[in-house]
Write a protein that binds this ligand. Structure first.
Ligand SMILES: NC(=O)c1ccc[n+]([C@@H]2O[C@H](COP(=O)([O-])OP(=O)(O)OC[C@H]3O[C@@H](n4cnc5c(N)ncnc54)[C@H](O)[C@@H]3O)[C@@H](O)[C@H]2O)c1
Length: 301
């Protein structure tokens, strides 16, 4: 996880950002000037991070996007190139050194930040099979380090650049609240993530920085495909959520934009469910067919 330096993809867009900064007068309100955000967790075009980045970009935000490693670099680069004005960086959030270097580069390039999107999670695959009781100490550590501590580390590094306040959004899942099949240690990590959001909201509120989570319904992404029976989970949500459907990356993107923008200016410490209402349901819907219609062992995603 630890290692090399965060790598900048498009240094010219940083220069454009700096020039833009100089055009802003001291009297400009936060809503009048261009906002800047860094989005963590781009793997491919299905990533929730990518949908959020596109929504922010459409709303006029200038963005830095990060991807984890060389394996994801080419796909991330191709996507970021299509996002006007965006810059790309490689940054493994398991490394304090890489986080520190990234924010040094962001300080030099953007100067200030208004938003952070943390769309990152990982647990060793073996820990998401079988019984939760068998979670190893190391799997527990890794899941919490990458999926929870990384939010704290990133927020601490970002806060000095968020001079006019702003918003931080992370991604959670219903498995934080209720037992869901195979989610195991990731459910416990998401519970810790949601609790961290509340504690961070208190610490950072004094700096006018709001911290919120979105608890998204299941969506076909790289991370989700790694969960056993993911098709079954998707179908169950579709049949039993009050809206009788699943949710899209774009819908999560819209909600992230709301939370990060001035529209969400009084919302902090919140976990907003963007799940077609699934979290309010206590039993199978009366009109839902027997779930056996979904072959249990069909390949996922
Ligand atoms: N897809 C869903 O159904 C769903 C539902 C609710 C919440 N979420 C959450 O949304 C977030 C994004 O997941 P996604 O579904 O878009 O899948 P994804 O696989 O596209 O994104 C997960 C990202 O985490 C990154 N990551 C993992 N370890 C990292 C590390 N050490 N350093 C830096 N980055 C690292 C991966 O590289 C990847 O870009 C995750 O927190 C996930 O738990 C997803």
């Amino acid at each position: 996880m630890a290692g090399g330096k965060p790598r900048l993809l498009h240094s010219t867009s940083f220069l454009a950002g700096t020039a833009n900064l100089q055009l802003c007068s001291a009297e400009d309100s936060v809503s009048d000037r261009e906002k800047r955000a860094v989005v963590f967790g781009l793997a491919n075009k299905r990533s929730i991070a990518w949908a959020i980045a596109r929504k922010l970009q459409e709303a006029g935000w200038r963005l830095a996007l990060t991807y984890q490693n060389e394996r994801l670099e080419q796909e991330a680069k191709d996507l970021i190139t299509d996002l006007p004005g965006a810059s790309g960086f490689m940054c493994d959030l398991g490394s304090d050194e890489q986080i520190a270097r990234l924010f040094e580069e962001l300080k030099n390039g953007f100067g200030t930040l208004d938003g952070i999107v943390h769309s990152v999670a990982f647990a060793p695959p073996d820990a998401m099979k079988g019984e939760f009781l068998n979670t190893s100490r190391e799997a527990f550590r890794i899941a919490h380090d990458v999926s929870v501590y990384s939010l704290i580390a990133v927020a601490r590094a970002a806060a000095p650049l968020m001079t006019e306040g702003g918003g931080i959004v992370t991604l959670s899942y219903y498995g934080a609240e209720k037992v869901t099949p195979h989610y195991n240690v990731m459910g416990v990590a998401k519970a810790a993530l949601e609790a961290s959001v509340r504690y961070m909201a208190e610490d950072l509120g004094k700096k006018k920085i709001r911290v919120n989570a979105i608890s998204a319904g299941p969506i076909k992404t790289l991370a989700f495909a790694g969960i056993a029976d993911s098709r079954y989970i998707l179908k169950w949500n579709e049949l039993n959520s009050p809206l009788r459907r699943t949710v899209t990356q774009n819908e999560v993107g819209n909600s992230a934009l709301f939370l990060l923008s001035d529209l969400g200016s009084a919302v902090t410490g919140e976990c907003l469910h963007v799940d077609a209402g699934y979290h309010v349901v206590g039993m199978k819907a009366e009109d839902a067919p027997d779930i056996a219609v979904v072959p249990k062992h069909e390949p996922s995603a």
